[in-house]
Design a binder for this molecule. Sequence first.
Ligand code: SF4
Ligand code: SF4
Length: 276
Amino acid sequence: MCDYCTQHGAGERWYQNVRNYSKELESTSHVRDFCESYFSRDVPAGTDGFTSILDRISRPIRPNERDRVDERYSKYLHHQVVTRQEAKQVLEIASHQTDEHERAVVRLPCICRHISHGGDKDLRCFGIAFSDTYTRRFPSYLGGNHQYVSAEEASETLDEWTQTESIVHAVSALGVPYIGMLCNCDMQVCRPFIHRQRLGITSPWYKGHYAAVVNDTKCVGCGTCEKACPFGVIEIDIESQIARVNPEKCHGCGVCTNHCDDQALDLVAYERQSGY
Ligand code: SF4
Ligand code: SF4
C-alpha cells in the first residue's frame, strides 16, 4: 500500500475507494477551491480558452520552488500509475458516481501533449465523475473542445490505444483524495513525470502497485519490450539474452505486457521497498 492508500483507501487502494469519487467529497472547499483555480483562474484570458493555462503550466520550475511544488502536488494534484484493467475499473466506479450517466466521462485535450507538440488538442485526458463545477467552465477552458462518452466507450478507447501506442494510465486527484481525472500519458511529454524527475520529488507522479516479471522459459530475447517500456527499465541480459526488469525501478504500467508476442511478461502485485 502506498501513502495515499493508507490515508485514503479505507483498507483498499485509494482509487478503489468509492468515497473518493463522491459528490460529498467533491463538494468540500478543499476540492472546490482547487478546481475553481485550476479550471478558471487565468484561463478565460486566453484567445482560445487554452493559451493562458499553457503559459502558466509550461513555465519552467526552478529548483528553489521544490518545496512549494511538492506541497501543491501532495495536497491537490496527485497522479498515480494504474494498469489498464485498473483504469477500466476506475471508469466503472466513476460511472456509478455521477447523477447523469452520459456524463460519466468527458474526454478533454491533453495539455502536456499540446505544450510539447502544439497543433490539434488531442482528447486524451478523461475527466471522470465530473460535476457542473467544471463542465460549466469548459467553453472558456477548452474552446468548446470536449466530448462526453460513456464509461464503456472510454474503456473501448483504452483498448484501441493499446494496439498502437505506449500509453500509461494514471489516476489524478483534483484536491486529494477526490479523483477527477484519468490521464492517458505520453511519458515523453508528461509534466508531472518531468517535475518528479527534475525536482527529485515523488508527489507529482507515483509508481503503481505492480511490477513486471519475465518468464525466462518463454522469453526469446527479441528486445521488443526494452524498446516499448516508457521508463527505460528493461534490459536484455548480455549473457542469457533474456529480458530483465528491476522491480524497484518499474512503474507497473503494463505497457511491456502489451508488446510481447511470446506472452513472456506478466504484472504482479508489488510492494515497493524504496517508496512509490
Ligand atoms: S518482448 Fe517478450 S520475448 Fe521479447 S525480450 Fe521482451 S519478454 Fe522477451
Ligand atoms: S517494465 Fe513494463 S510495467 Fe515496468 S515500467 Fe516498463 S513497461 Fe511499465
